[in-house]
Design a protein around this ligand. Structure first.
Ligand code: FAD
Length: 413
Protein backbone atom coordinates (compact mmCIF):
# COMPACT_ATOMS: atom_id res chain seq x y z
CA UNK A 1 0.00 0.00 0.00
CA UNK A 2 1.20 3.52 -0.78
CA UNK A 3 0.38 6.42 1.51
CA UNK A 4 0.30 9.97 0.11
CA UNK A 5 1.24 13.16 1.93
CA UNK A 6 1.25 16.82 0.95
CA UNK A 7 3.73 19.30 2.46
CA UNK A 8 4.93 22.70 1.32
CA UNK A 9 8.52 21.67 2.01
CA UNK A 10 10.04 18.21 2.37
CA UNK A 11 13.47 18.06 3.99
CA UNK A 12 15.46 14.91 3.26
CA UNK A 13 17.72 14.06 6.21
CA UNK A 14 17.40 14.70 9.93
CA UNK A 15 21.00 15.78 10.60
CA UNK A 16 21.93 19.31 11.75
CA UNK A 17 21.37 20.81 8.28
CA UNK A 18 17.95 19.23 7.75
CA UNK A 19 16.64 19.93 11.26
CA UNK A 20 17.80 23.55 11.08
CA UNK A 21 16.29 24.01 7.61
CA UNK A 22 13.00 22.60 8.93
CA UNK A 23 13.04 25.03 11.87
CA UNK A 24 13.91 27.98 9.59
CA UNK A 25 11.00 27.13 7.29
CA UNK A 26 8.33 26.02 9.78
CA UNK A 27 8.58 29.18 11.87
CA UNK A 28 7.47 31.08 8.76
CA UNK A 29 4.20 29.16 8.84
CA UNK A 30 4.64 26.72 5.93
CA UNK A 31 4.08 22.98 6.38
CA UNK A 32 7.33 21.00 6.68
CA UNK A 33 8.26 17.32 6.88
CA UNK A 34 11.68 15.91 7.73
CA UNK A 35 12.36 12.42 6.40
CA UNK A 36 15.03 10.49 8.31
CA UNK A 37 16.02 6.92 7.57
CA UNK A 38 17.30 6.07 11.05
CA UNK A 39 15.21 5.02 14.06
CA UNK A 40 16.14 8.08 16.10
CA UNK A 41 17.55 11.52 15.47
CA UNK A 42 21.31 11.31 16.07
CA UNK A 43 21.21 7.52 16.29
CA UNK A 44 24.45 6.92 14.33
CA UNK A 45 27.05 9.50 15.26
CA UNK A 46 29.19 10.38 12.24
CA UNK A 47 31.12 13.29 13.70
CA UNK A 48 33.53 14.18 16.49
CA UNK A 49 31.26 17.03 17.49
CA UNK A 50 33.82 19.79 17.98
CA UNK A 51 32.52 23.31 17.50
CA UNK A 52 32.98 26.80 18.94
CA UNK A 53 31.33 28.22 22.03
CA UNK A 54 30.49 31.53 20.34
CA UNK A 55 28.52 29.54 17.74
CA UNK A 56 26.75 27.34 20.29
CA UNK A 57 25.64 30.52 22.05
CA UNK A 58 24.39 32.22 18.89
CA UNK A 59 22.59 29.03 17.83
CA UNK A 60 21.11 28.65 21.32
CA UNK A 61 22.58 25.23 22.24
CA UNK A 62 22.48 24.99 26.06
CA UNK A 63 25.92 24.73 27.67
CA UNK A 64 25.12 21.46 29.45
CA UNK A 65 25.25 19.82 25.99
CA UNK A 66 28.99 20.33 25.59
CA UNK A 67 32.39 20.10 27.25
CA UNK A 68 34.48 23.28 27.16
CA UNK A 69 38.04 23.36 25.83
CA UNK A 70 40.63 26.04 26.47
CA UNK A 71 43.93 24.29 25.67
CA UNK A 72 44.92 22.96 22.27
CA UNK A 73 47.82 20.50 22.00
CA UNK A 74 49.46 19.60 18.69
CA UNK A 75 51.84 16.70 18.17
CA UNK A 76 54.05 15.92 15.16
CA UNK A 77 56.54 13.05 15.20
CA UNK A 78 59.24 15.16 16.94
CA UNK A 79 57.56 18.35 17.97
CA UNK A 80 54.82 19.54 20.31
CA UNK A 81 52.89 22.79 20.70
CA UNK A 82 50.38 23.77 23.37
CA UNK A 83 48.18 26.83 22.98
CA UNK A 84 46.03 27.92 25.90
CA UNK A 85 43.60 30.75 26.46
CA UNK A 86 42.20 32.02 29.75
CA UNK A 87 38.61 31.37 28.63
CA UNK A 88 37.37 28.27 26.80
CA UNK A 89 36.58 28.78 23.09
CA UNK A 90 36.01 25.28 21.73
CA UNK A 91 33.21 22.87 22.62
CA UNK A 92 32.92 19.09 22.27
CA UNK A 93 29.23 18.41 21.79
CA UNK A 94 27.11 15.62 23.10
CA UNK A 95 26.13 15.00 19.47
CA UNK A 96 23.00 12.95 20.02
CA UNK A 97 21.56 15.37 22.57
CA UNK A 98 22.42 18.40 20.41
CA UNK A 99 20.78 16.96 17.30
CA UNK A 100 17.70 16.00 19.33
CA UNK A 101 17.62 19.54 20.72
CA UNK A 102 17.50 20.79 17.10
CA UNK A 103 14.75 18.25 16.36
CA UNK A 104 12.61 19.43 19.29
CA UNK A 105 13.10 23.03 18.12
CA UNK A 106 11.94 22.10 14.61
CA UNK A 107 8.97 20.13 15.96
CA UNK A 108 8.01 22.99 18.25
CA UNK A 109 7.89 25.27 15.20
CA UNK A 110 5.43 22.85 13.53
CA UNK A 111 7.64 20.35 11.66
CA UNK A 112 6.53 16.72 11.26
CA UNK A 113 9.36 14.19 11.49
CA UNK A 114 9.16 10.77 9.81
CA UNK A 115 11.67 8.36 11.34
CA UNK A 116 12.80 5.04 9.87
CA UNK A 117 11.72 6.32 6.46
CA UNK A 118 14.19 6.14 3.57
CA UNK A 119 13.94 8.36 0.53
CA UNK A 120 14.29 6.16 -2.52
CA UNK A 121 13.43 8.34 -5.52
CA UNK A 122 12.06 11.67 -6.72
CA UNK A 123 8.75 12.62 -8.35
CA UNK A 124 8.31 15.03 -11.24
CA UNK A 125 5.21 16.88 -12.47
CA UNK A 126 3.82 17.18 -15.99
CA UNK A 127 6.39 19.92 -16.74
CA UNK A 128 9.17 17.50 -15.71
CA UNK A 129 9.94 19.61 -12.64
CA UNK A 130 10.68 18.14 -9.22
CA UNK A 131 7.40 17.72 -7.32
CA UNK A 132 8.14 15.41 -4.40
CA UNK A 133 9.88 12.26 -3.26
CA UNK A 134 9.19 8.57 -2.88
CA UNK A 135 10.12 6.85 0.35
CA UNK A 136 9.72 3.56 2.14
CA UNK A 137 9.23 2.78 5.79
CA UNK A 138 9.00 -0.54 7.61
CA UNK A 139 5.23 -0.54 7.13
CA UNK A 140 4.61 0.92 3.69
CA UNK A 141 5.67 2.92 0.67
CA UNK A 142 5.09 6.64 0.91
CA UNK A 143 4.79 9.51 -1.53
CA UNK A 144 5.43 13.06 -0.37
CA UNK A 145 4.16 15.76 -2.73
CA UNK A 146 5.82 19.11 -2.13
CA UNK A 147 6.50 22.50 -3.64
CA UNK A 148 10.12 22.53 -2.52
CA UNK A 149 12.61 19.86 -1.47
CA UNK A 150 15.62 20.57 0.72
CA UNK A 151 18.30 17.94 0.24
CA UNK A 152 20.06 17.64 3.59
CA UNK A 153 21.00 13.98 3.13
CA UNK A 154 24.65 14.64 3.94
CA UNK A 155 27.58 13.13 2.04
CA UNK A 156 25.35 11.26 -0.45
CA UNK A 157 23.27 14.23 -1.76
CA UNK A 158 20.64 11.73 -2.76
CA UNK A 159 18.05 14.13 -4.24
CA UNK A 160 20.67 16.25 -6.01
CA UNK A 161 22.09 13.09 -7.56
CA UNK A 162 18.69 11.67 -8.44
CA UNK A 163 17.81 14.75 -10.53
CA UNK A 164 21.26 14.75 -12.17
CA UNK A 165 22.29 18.06 -10.59
CA UNK A 166 25.42 16.76 -8.82
CA UNK A 167 27.66 13.71 -8.83
CA UNK A 168 29.44 11.76 -6.10
CA UNK A 169 32.21 13.65 -4.28
CA UNK A 170 35.67 12.65 -5.56
CA UNK A 171 37.71 14.14 -2.72
CA UNK A 172 36.55 13.36 0.78
CA UNK A 173 37.71 12.47 4.27
CA UNK A 174 36.95 9.17 6.00
CA UNK A 175 37.00 9.15 9.78
CA UNK A 176 36.77 6.44 12.43
CA UNK A 177 36.63 7.04 16.15
CA UNK A 178 35.76 5.44 19.45
CA UNK A 179 33.92 7.12 22.22
CA UNK A 180 35.77 5.59 25.14
CA UNK A 181 36.41 5.62 28.85
CA UNK A 182 40.04 6.50 29.69
CA UNK A 183 41.79 6.50 33.05
CA UNK A 184 43.56 9.87 32.62
CA UNK A 185 42.62 12.95 30.62
CA UNK A 186 42.53 16.69 31.19
CA UNK A 187 38.97 17.69 30.45
CA UNK A 188 39.77 21.10 28.98
CA UNK A 189 42.55 20.08 26.55
CA UNK A 190 42.16 18.63 23.07
CA UNK A 191 44.94 16.80 21.24
CA UNK A 192 45.61 16.78 17.48
CA UNK A 193 48.31 14.50 16.08
CA UNK A 194 49.87 14.88 12.63
CA UNK A 195 52.48 12.93 10.67
CA UNK A 196 52.58 9.62 8.90
CA UNK A 197 52.33 7.30 11.89
CA UNK A 198 49.08 8.98 12.97
CA UNK A 199 47.51 9.51 9.55
CA UNK A 200 49.13 9.36 6.11
CA UNK A 201 46.77 12.13 4.86
CA UNK A 202 44.98 13.81 7.72
CA UNK A 203 45.30 13.73 11.48
CA UNK A 204 44.34 11.85 14.63
CA UNK A 205 42.57 13.35 17.63
CA UNK A 206 41.58 13.02 21.25
CA UNK A 207 38.60 15.18 22.21
CA UNK A 208 37.53 15.05 25.86
CA UNK A 209 33.86 15.01 26.80
CA UNK A 210 34.31 15.26 30.57
CA UNK A 211 34.10 12.54 33.25
CA UNK A 212 36.93 10.41 31.77
CA UNK A 213 35.09 10.18 28.46
CA UNK A 214 36.90 10.94 25.16
CA UNK A 215 36.46 10.66 21.42
CA UNK A 216 39.64 9.21 20.01
CA UNK A 217 39.87 8.91 16.27
CA UNK A 218 41.64 9.32 12.97
CA UNK A 219 40.72 10.98 9.66
CA UNK A 220 42.23 10.02 6.30
CA UNK A 221 41.96 12.00 3.05
CA UNK A 222 40.75 10.21 -0.09
CA UNK A 223 41.95 9.68 -2.76
CA UNK A 224 45.34 10.75 -1.35
CA UNK A 225 45.64 7.65 0.84
CA UNK A 226 44.28 4.11 0.53
CA UNK A 227 44.73 3.45 4.27
CA UNK A 228 41.51 2.38 5.96
CA UNK A 229 40.55 4.74 8.80
CA UNK A 230 39.16 1.98 11.05
CA UNK A 231 42.25 -0.15 10.59
CA UNK A 232 44.53 2.80 11.40
CA UNK A 233 42.50 3.58 14.51
CA UNK A 234 42.93 0.01 15.76
CA UNK A 235 46.68 0.20 15.04
CA UNK A 236 46.99 3.45 16.99
CA UNK A 237 45.17 1.95 19.96
CA UNK A 238 47.56 -0.99 19.79
CA UNK A 239 50.85 0.92 19.31
CA UNK A 240 49.82 3.86 21.55
CA UNK A 241 52.05 6.65 20.23
CA UNK A 242 52.21 9.85 22.28
CA UNK A 243 49.84 11.18 23.69
CA UNK A 244 47.63 8.07 23.47
CA UNK A 245 50.11 6.33 25.78
CA UNK A 246 49.23 8.83 28.53
CA UNK A 247 45.54 7.89 28.71
CA UNK A 248 45.93 4.75 30.83
CA UNK A 249 43.27 2.16 30.04
CA UNK A 250 41.17 2.89 26.96
CA UNK A 251 37.80 1.16 27.09
CA UNK A 252 35.78 1.69 23.87
CA UNK A 253 32.06 2.24 24.45
CA UNK A 254 30.77 3.27 21.02
CA UNK A 255 32.20 3.23 17.47
CA UNK A 256 31.63 6.11 15.04
CA UNK A 257 32.39 6.25 11.31
CA UNK A 258 31.72 8.93 8.72
CA UNK A 259 32.62 10.49 5.40
CA UNK A 260 32.92 14.21 4.76
CA UNK A 261 33.18 16.00 1.38
CA UNK A 262 36.44 17.79 0.79
CA UNK A 263 36.01 19.88 -2.33
CA UNK A 264 34.47 23.08 -1.03
CA UNK A 265 31.04 24.28 -2.12
CA UNK A 266 29.18 22.62 -4.97
CA UNK A 267 29.12 24.85 -8.09
CA UNK A 268 25.36 25.04 -7.86
CA UNK A 269 23.30 24.80 -4.66
CA UNK A 270 19.85 25.20 -6.21
CA UNK A 271 17.69 24.20 -9.10
CA UNK A 272 13.95 24.52 -9.69
CA UNK A 273 12.15 23.36 -6.50
CA UNK A 274 15.37 22.10 -4.87
CA UNK A 275 17.92 23.43 -2.40
CA UNK A 276 21.06 21.59 -1.26
CA UNK A 277 22.35 22.29 2.24
CA UNK A 278 24.98 21.01 4.70
CA UNK A 279 27.40 18.31 3.53
CA UNK A 280 25.12 17.71 0.59
CA UNK A 281 26.14 21.20 -0.62
CA UNK A 282 29.79 20.93 0.49
CA UNK A 283 29.36 23.39 3.36
CA UNK A 284 32.15 22.04 5.58
CA UNK A 285 35.61 23.36 6.36
CA UNK A 286 37.90 20.72 4.85
CA UNK A 287 40.94 21.82 6.86
CA UNK A 288 39.74 20.39 10.15
CA UNK A 289 36.65 18.52 8.91
CA UNK A 290 34.29 20.92 10.62
CA UNK A 291 30.72 21.18 9.32
CA UNK A 292 28.16 21.28 12.15
CA UNK A 293 27.94 25.04 12.67
CA UNK A 294 27.82 25.61 8.90
CA UNK A 295 25.10 22.99 8.53
CA UNK A 296 23.02 24.77 11.19
CA UNK A 297 23.61 28.33 9.97
CA UNK A 298 23.05 27.60 6.28
CA UNK A 299 20.28 25.14 7.11
CA UNK A 300 18.34 27.89 8.85
CA UNK A 301 18.99 30.19 5.92
CA UNK A 302 17.90 27.58 3.37
CA UNK A 303 14.69 26.97 5.31
CA UNK A 304 13.84 30.65 5.64
CA UNK A 305 14.55 31.52 2.00
CA UNK A 306 12.79 28.36 0.84
CA UNK A 307 9.71 29.24 2.90
CA UNK A 308 9.66 32.76 1.46
CA UNK A 309 9.75 31.25 -2.03
CA UNK A 310 6.85 28.90 -1.18
CA UNK A 311 4.82 31.78 0.28
CA UNK A 312 5.47 33.87 -2.84
CA UNK A 313 4.21 31.01 -5.01
CA UNK A 314 7.49 30.79 -6.93
CA UNK A 315 10.07 28.10 -6.03
CA UNK A 316 11.96 28.35 -9.32
CA UNK A 317 15.76 28.44 -9.35
CA UNK A 318 15.58 32.20 -9.89
CA UNK A 319 13.49 32.67 -6.78
CA UNK A 320 15.95 30.58 -4.66
CA UNK A 321 18.97 32.53 -5.85
CA UNK A 322 19.32 34.67 -2.70
CA UNK A 323 20.24 31.45 -0.84
CA UNK A 324 22.93 30.47 -3.35
CA UNK A 325 24.34 33.97 -3.71
CA UNK A 326 24.55 34.71 0.01
CA UNK A 327 26.04 31.29 0.81
CA UNK A 328 28.72 31.66 -1.85
CA UNK A 329 29.50 35.17 -0.64
CA UNK A 330 29.91 33.98 2.97
CA UNK A 331 31.67 30.67 2.37
CA UNK A 332 33.47 30.32 -0.98
CA UNK A 333 36.61 32.28 -0.25
CA UNK A 334 36.97 30.87 3.29
CA UNK A 335 36.64 27.31 2.04
CA UNK A 336 38.99 27.76 -0.88
CA UNK A 337 41.64 29.28 1.41
CA UNK A 338 41.17 26.30 3.76
CA UNK A 339 41.60 23.92 0.82
CA UNK A 340 44.86 25.67 -0.12
CA UNK A 341 46.21 25.17 3.40
CA UNK A 342 45.02 21.59 3.30
CA UNK A 343 46.90 20.88 0.04
CA UNK A 344 50.00 22.29 1.68
CA UNK A 345 49.48 20.04 4.72
CA UNK A 346 48.86 16.96 2.59
CA UNK A 347 52.26 17.49 0.96
CA UNK A 348 54.24 17.63 4.22
CA UNK A 349 56.54 14.81 5.30
CA UNK A 350 57.28 14.17 8.99
CA UNK A 351 60.24 16.56 9.14
CA UNK A 352 58.24 19.29 7.45
CA UNK A 353 55.41 18.71 9.92
CA UNK A 354 57.86 19.28 12.76
CA UNK A 355 58.69 22.66 11.17
CA UNK A 356 55.01 23.47 10.52
CA UNK A 357 54.40 23.16 14.25
CA UNK A 358 57.11 25.79 14.79
CA UNK A 359 55.05 28.12 12.56
CA UNK A 360 51.88 27.35 14.52
CA UNK A 361 53.81 28.02 17.72
CA UNK A 362 54.54 31.57 16.51
CA UNK A 363 50.83 32.41 16.38
CA UNK A 364 49.05 33.92 19.36
CA UNK A 365 46.21 31.78 20.69
CA UNK A 366 43.65 34.12 19.02
CA UNK A 367 45.47 33.88 15.68
CA UNK A 368 45.74 30.13 16.08
CA UNK A 369 41.97 29.85 16.72
CA UNK A 370 41.13 32.00 13.68
CA UNK A 371 43.43 29.81 11.64
CA UNK A 372 42.02 26.48 12.79
CA UNK A 373 38.46 27.79 12.37
CA UNK A 374 39.38 28.81 8.79
CA UNK A 375 38.24 32.25 9.78
CA UNK A 376 40.34 33.72 7.02
CA UNK A 377 38.77 37.15 6.86
CA UNK A 378 41.00 39.40 4.80
CA UNK A 379 41.62 41.71 7.75
CA UNK A 380 42.79 38.74 9.90
CA UNK A 381 45.08 37.41 7.21
CA UNK A 382 46.67 40.81 6.57
CA UNK A 383 47.08 41.43 10.29
CA UNK A 384 48.79 38.08 10.88
CA UNK A 385 51.05 38.46 7.84
CA UNK A 386 52.02 41.99 8.96
CA UNK A 387 52.65 41.10 12.60
CA UNK A 388 54.91 38.15 11.97
CA UNK A 389 58.30 38.94 10.52
CA UNK A 390 59.21 35.29 9.91
CA UNK A 391 59.25 34.42 6.21
CA UNK A 392 57.52 31.03 6.64
CA UNK A 393 54.45 32.61 8.29
CA UNK A 394 54.27 35.36 5.71
CA UNK A 395 54.38 32.72 2.95
CA UNK A 396 51.58 30.72 4.59
CA UNK A 397 49.32 33.74 4.98
CA UNK A 398 50.18 35.15 1.53
CA UNK A 399 48.98 31.83 0.15
CA UNK A 400 45.69 32.18 2.06
CA UNK A 401 45.31 35.79 0.94
CA UNK A 402 45.85 34.82 -2.70
CA UNK A 403 43.28 32.01 -2.50
CA UNK A 404 40.74 34.47 -1.05
CA UNK A 405 41.47 37.11 -3.64
CA UNK A 406 41.13 34.77 -6.60
CA UNK A 407 37.66 33.62 -5.44
CA UNK A 408 36.56 37.18 -4.68
CA UNK A 409 37.66 38.23 -8.16
CA UNK A 410 35.70 35.37 -9.69
CA UNK A 411 32.62 36.48 -7.75
CA UNK A 412 33.16 40.09 -8.68
CA UNK A 413 33.48 41.23 -5.05
C1 FAD B 1 34.88 11.52 11.06
C2 FAD B 1 34.21 12.88 11.03
C3 FAD B 1 34.45 13.77 12.05
C4 FAD B 1 33.84 15.03 12.04
N1 FAD B 1 34.08 15.88 13.06
C5 FAD B 1 33.48 17.07 13.07
C6 FAD B 1 33.66 17.95 14.16
O1 FAD B 1 34.40 17.65 15.11
N2 FAD B 1 33.00 19.14 14.15
C7 FAD B 1 32.19 19.49 13.11
O2 FAD B 1 31.61 20.59 13.14
N3 FAD B 1 31.99 18.66 12.06
C8 FAD B 1 32.60 17.47 12.02
N4 FAD B 1 32.38 16.63 10.99
C9 FAD B 1 31.52 17.06 9.90
C10 FAD B 1 30.05 17.06 10.29
O3 FAD B 1 29.73 15.83 10.88
C11 FAD B 1 29.18 17.30 9.07
O4 FAD B 1 29.64 18.43 8.38
C12 FAD B 1 27.71 17.48 9.48
O5 FAD B 1 27.24 16.32 10.11
C13 FAD B 1 26.86 17.78 8.26
O6 FAD B 1 25.51 17.75 8.63
P1 FAD B 1 24.37 17.34 7.57
O7 FAD B 1 23.09 17.52 8.28
O8 FAD B 1 24.63 18.04 6.30
O9 FAD B 1 24.63 15.80 7.25
P2 FAD B 1 24.51 14.52 8.20
O10 FAD B 1 24.88 14.85 9.59
O11 FAD B 1 25.28 13.44 7.51
O12 FAD B 1 22.97 14.17 8.18
C14 FAD B 1 22.35 13.61 7.04
C15 FAD B 1 21.11 12.86 7.50
O13 FAD B 1 20.41 12.39 6.35
C16 FAD B 1 19.95 11.08 6.59
N5 FAD B 1 19.76 10.42 5.30
C17 FAD B 1 20.71 10.13 4.38
N6 FAD B 1 20.16 9.49 3.33
C18 FAD B 1 18.83 9.39 3.59
C19 FAD B 1 17.73 8.82 2.89
N7 FAD B 1 17.88 8.19 1.71
N8 FAD B 1 16.49 8.89 3.45
C20 FAD B 1 16.30 9.50 4.64
N9 FAD B 1 17.33 10.04 5.36
C21 FAD B 1 18.56 9.99 4.84
C22 FAD B 1 21.07 10.46 7.43
O14 FAD B 1 20.62 9.32 8.16
C23 FAD B 1 21.45 11.63 8.33
O15 FAD B 1 20.72 11.65 9.53
C24 FAD B 1 32.99 15.37 10.96
C25 FAD B 1 32.74 14.45 9.94
C26 FAD B 1 33.35 13.23 9.96
C27 FAD B 1 33.08 12.26 8.86
Amino acid sequence: MTKNYDFDIVVVGGGPAGLSAAWGAARKGVSVAVIEREEAIGQSVRTSGVTWIENTKSIGIPDYYYNKIKSYAFYSPNNYVLKSSSEPHAAVLDVRKTYQFLAYQAANAGTDIFLKTSVTDTLTNEKKKLAGIKASSMKEDLIFHSKLIIDASGFYSIVGKSVGMVSQWRRFGAGAEYEAYVDKIENDTWHLMVGNKYSPAGYAWIFPLGNNKVRIGVGIGKPESQVDATQRLLELLESKPKPINQLGRIVPIEFHYGLIPNEGLRNSLITDNLILVGDSAGQANPLVLEGIRYAIEFGRRAGAIGADAVISGDTSKESLKPYEDSTKKDLSSKLSAAIKVQYRWLGLNDTEWDKELDIINELSVEEFLDFIKADFGLANVLRIAAHHPKLAIRQLFDMIKNARNSINNLQGN
